[in-house]
Design a protein around this ligand. Structure first.
Ligand SMILES: Nc1ncnc2c1ncn2[C@@H]1O[C@H](COP(=O)(O)OP(=O)(O)O)[C@@H](O)[C@H]1O
Ligand SMILES: [Mg+2]
Length: 240
């Protein structure tokens, strides 16, 4: 089986400072893939490389069999890869509806938009109730739901989420993850970046652990929860 997203041997550097080294990762269609690691490990850099926002020095990124390594960022979205960056930037003074419709700019077909709005509401039902409110009136958790939902509005085949649980109250995180799972169950492949390793591994099918720019472990997400390295480095379990 060909992976929907296939990253092979990727190197990324900033002014000669290496952020990623020989990183390989595959995402099979319809799965949730977690990419976990400490602050500075290179997680955001990998998403930015896939999105075309930073250039890889070495390696290949394939999407649905096509080499997209040098495809510019504005074309990556149109090909079907959406990127929800860190810090849930929403347009504060715009309504929830307008924020969502802005996410659909690459495909203005009315029927597609309507279907995507319905899919977004089934992942995050609260957004339907908040539709005519300004985004600034939403709670932090709701703004994160809106940011993720906006990412789905272009109808992506791969949705990349950069630290969706960062800064949220722990009690809100299950709602965010329930929505992410609903999005995946509806057929979108999710590449989930997190420092919140426990939540990410619970939600994902497969997972990659990044340390100082290298993949040090990968495999079935549930199996990695029990891995001694993961337990010691990220879950606070076991001897130091
Ligand atoms: N724009 C940038 N310019 C220079 N160095 C950067 C830039 N972005 C990230 N880095 C460095 O690259 C490394 C990986 O960062 P990043 O991909 O943001 O990691 P993570 O998302 O896992 O926290 C870090 O050492 C970081 O300081
Ligand atoms: Mg980051």
């Amino acid at each position: 089986m060909t992976a929907l997203l296939d990253v092979e041997g990727l190197d990324v550097a900033y002014d000669g400072m290496r952020a990623l080294q020989d990183v390989s990762l595959v995402a099979e269609a319809g799965t949730i893939v977690a990419l976990v690691g400490a602050n500075g490990a290179g997680k955001t850099s990998l998403l930015r490389a896939i999105s075309g926002l930073v250039r890889a020095e070495r390696g290949t990124i394939r999407f649905d069999g096509d080499d997209i390594t040098r495809v510019p960022a504005h074309r990556i979205v149109r090909r079907g890869i959406a990127h929800v960056p860190e810090a849930r930037r929403v347009f504060a003074s715009a309504t929830v509806r307008d924020n969502l419709l802005l996410g659909a700019y690459v495909d203005r077909d009315a029927a597609h938009r309507a279907a995507r709005l319905e899919a977004a509401f089934s992942a995050f039902p609260i957004l339907r109730e908040r539709l005519e409110q300004r985004a600034s009136t939403l709670s932090g958790g709701e703004q994160q739901m809106l940011a993720i939902a906006r990412g789905t509005m272009s109808g992506p085949r791969v949705l990349m989420l950069d630290e969706p649980s960062l800064g949220l109250a722990p009690k809100l995180i299950p709602q965010i993850y329930a929505g992410v799972r609903a999005i995946a169950e509806a057929g979108t492949t999710v590449l989930l970046v997190e420092q919140n390793v426990r939540e990410a591994l619970r939600a994902a099918d497969t997972a990659y652990v990044l340390q100082t720019g290298r993949v040090v472990l990968h495999g079935n997400a549930r199996d990695l929860i029990g891995d001694p390295l993961v337990q010691q480095a990220f879950l606070g379990i076991g001897a130091a």
